[in-house]
Design a protein around this ligand. Structure first.
Ligand SMILES: [Zn+2]
Length: 298
């Protein structure tokens, strides 16, 4: 959808009606633009009386583009450490950005210390992974790894990010985990979502409440989960693997055989199996999940 935003409208119009252009774009087809005169050899062909006026046609196209662009979602995914979002929902993030949704990732800590990492290396790794993910921005908050607590400061700092970004959907780590940072991160997300809407506060930004919060699974526990929904990520699984490989300090240069890496492959295959696809990622919601369209059931 980025292409759509950049689309330069000219009074010459398009070789293809704009709606078809948009449909083609959504289906990953490339459309070559041509001036109308090269398409319509027949001089009597028109766009319809009203749209024959190039100025009016231009306004009309602009309106359609604006409404299409507005449909794009603003998504915020929060991880306790760099690589958690990738492990739990990297495939879904890839799908979101590929279809033009805006994704921001917040890592609550820089993930250090770890046995083979250091802050600079971890930063480079997360930048590399972010590029593959195609996300808008990645923010690292400076809370201490292994000491992450659900406390006022952390809640407020994340709430300020929420107030600034104003996301439609917030993704948080699942609340049941053996790693205390993950448990704390999940609670911080819940609290920050609530704090986001507070007025009469010293927090920066306008009050804002995120409509939906869903939890991805990057848990260190072997859980028998019942997801609220499962996202097919078959087409982007290879790229998800690439994002995980970016974290060489954590998984080594060839992570095959690493316990966590194998868990990702096996569990994503398992979830895919449940919905009849090769790979998938599970999500849990505390509230019921509704759908707006029958197409979501296919
Ligand atoms: Zn983690």
């Amino acid at each position: 959808m980025e292409v759509l935003k950049k689309l330069e409208l000219t009074e010459k119009g398009y070789g293809l009606p704009l709606q078809l252009w948009i449909q083609a774009y959504k289906n990953n087809l490339t459309v070559k633009e041509l001036p109308v005169s090269m398409i319509y050899k027949d001089k009597d062909r028109t766009f319809g009386n009203y749209l024959d006026d190039p100025k009016k046609r231009l306004d009309y196209y602009q309106k359609i583009i604006d409404s299409e662009v507005k449909k794009m979602l603003n998504i915020l995914a929060v991880g306790p450490h760099p690589d958690d979002v990738e492990l739990g929902m990297g495939g879904s993030v890839l799908k979101f950005t590929e279809t033009g949704h805006k994704v921001t990732i917040v890592d609550l800590t820089d993930g250090e210390p770890t046995p083979h990492g250091d802050p600079e290396t971890r930063k480079k790794e997360s930048v590399k992974s972010s590029r593959i993910l195609g996300i808008e921005e990645r923010i690292t908050l400076d809370f201490p790894n292994r000491y992450l607590q659900d406390e006022i400061e952390a809640r407020q700092e994340l709430a300020e990010v929420i107030r600034k970004i104003q996301p439609d959907i917030l993704f948080a780590p699942y609340w049941i985990d053996v790693h205390p940072d993950h448990v704390a991160a999940s609670k911080i997300c819940d609290a920050a979502r609530f704090y986001g809407k507070l007025s009469k506060t010293e927090m920066q930004g306008r009050p804002f409440y995120v409509k939906k919060i869903y939890y991805y699974i990057a848990s260190h526990l072997k859980l028998n989960l019942k997801p609220s929904f499962i996202m097919d990520i078959s087409k982007v699984m290879e790229m998800k693997v690439e994002t995980i490989k970016s974290y060489e300090s954590q998984f080594g240069p060839s992570p095959e055989g690493h316990q966590l890496f194998e868990w990702v492959l096996n569990s994503n295959r398992y979830w895919g199996n449940l919905i009849g696809t090769e790979f998938a990622e599970p999500f849990i919601s505390k509230e019921e999940v509704g759908i707006k369209d029958i197409e979501a059931l296919l």
